[in-house]
Design a protein around this ligand. Structure first.
Ligand SMILES: [Zn+2]
Length: 389
């Protein structure tokens, strides 16, 4: 059953870095891949036509189960035929489990073996999320890749607390898998079409920054058996070198015959450094979030449009970027829009930032395939550290 839902093939390697093909039921995705985040069923400020256009060409985006479960609610999305039909996005969709948001956004959490009780961050009502509820919600959303429900301990969790958390996550992984399989048998997957296979499901490795616990969590997750494996619980406030250490230690131990996904990471530098350590998939809100805050990611580092030095600068945000924004608009214009509160300012910055992230991954894939990843990595890091002129 596992093999029909998600195809995975490594087509080239360069050190630990892998270039692969991920065959989902809604299209083939070249990896390493960056997945733009569509929190509430929208990648903030970017239309689907633009995500599909050549300069972005996003093959897969993410939806947040927690947010969609609260608003508009799983029943509404199911009644509208699943998240693809509800939103009009036709390419692949991955949904997270809701766990991370419950642990980072909600108030008054009460954690038990059964699940987690909390108050919604939007209206304060009492909610309960468990592995079963998460699987049922993700079936109603009908995403192509479902994530197992995990507990996310704080990044700096002490050994004992991190162990208890990973034990719970391991039990929840089993419950997630078992409810997921039932739902597929029952035909509850709203995204299923006649020509399609079932949803696929990824397990999540926890263990905070403790390498022995990460190893143990990985073994126990693989024991349950998933279509792919993710590293969760990083980029939550730990030192960057600690995150790289965990990834360097865990990724190569993850099953080579399955895709590896580093959740919620990160900056362009983080992506390239994590690919070098064996990761295939990423997601992060920073291209759009930082765009809304006036920041552009460029091949020479970050550019803040609030800086007065760009007031009459007729160059594009990034002189080497071929995106629709850089082909047409100047720094001066984007700055003007941003400074006057025109919504187009955030839209253009979000578009360019996504183009930069997606194009960086395109270059990463090409360099792995041509055996030049080491050189690409060095030049890319030199570039983004050189400073915007
Ligand atoms: Zn651009």
């Amino acid at each position: 059953m596992t093999d029909e839902a998600l195809g995975w093939e490594v087509v080239a390697r360069d050190g630990e870095a892998r270039a692969g093909l991920l065959r989902t039921r809604r299209g083939v995705i070249e990896t390493p891949v960056f997945m733009p985040v569509g929190t509430l069923g929208s990648v903030k400020g970017v239309r689907f036509e633009e995500l599909e256009a050549e300069d972005l060409d996003a093959r897969i985006i993410l939806g947040n189960t927690y947010h969609l479960w609260l608003r508009p609610g799983a029943d509404v999305v199911r009644a509208c035929g699943g998240l693809h039909r509800f939103t009009g996005w036709r390419r692949a969709l991955l949904t997270d489990s809701g766990g991370f948001q419950v642990f980072s956004l909600s108030h008054m959490r009460k954690l038990s073996e059964e699940g987690v009780e909390f108050r919604s961050h939007t209206d304060g009502r009492l909610c309960f999320l468990s592995p079963e509820v998460s699987m049922e919600t993700q079936a109603a959303l009908g995403s192509d890749i479902v994530m197992a429900f995990d507990e996310c301990p704080p990044g700096k969790a002490a050994h004992e607390a991190a162990r208890a958390s990973l034990e719970l996550t391991a039990r929840w992984a089993r419950r997630s898998r078992s409810r997921f399989d039932e739902l597929q048998r029952e035909g509850a997957d709203a995204g299923r079409e006649e020509s399609n296979t079932r949803q696929s499901i990824f397990g999540i490795v926890q263990g905070a920054t403790h390498l022995d616990l990460r190893r143990e969590s990985l073994e126990r997750t693989v024991e349950v058996g998933f279509d792919g494996y993710a590293i969760g619980g990083l980029s939550v406030g730990e030192e960057k070198s600690v995150m790289y250490d965990v990834v360097e230690h865990v990724a190569p131990l993850m099953p080579a015959g399955r895709p590896r996904y580093l959740m919620g990471v990160g900056t362009p530098e983080d992506l390239v450094e994590s690919v070098a350590r064996g990761v295939d998939m990423f997601d992060c809100v920073i291209p759009t979030r930082n765009g809304r805050n006036g920041q552009a990611f460029t091949s020479r580092g970050r550019l803040n449009v609030k800086n007065a030095r760009w007031t009459a600068d007729t160059r594009p945000l990034d002189e080497t970027c071929a995106c629709a924004v850089c082909r047409r608009h100047s720094r001066a214009y984007v700055r003007h829009l941003y400074m006057t509160g025109e919504m187009l300012g955030a839209v253009l910055l979000s578009h360019h930032n996504l183009a930069f992230f997606l194009d960086t991954m395109r270059c990463v894939r090409q360099s792995i395939r041509s055996g030049e990843f080491t050189r690409f990595r060095r030049e890319f890091l030199e570039g983004i550290n050189s400073g915007v002129g």
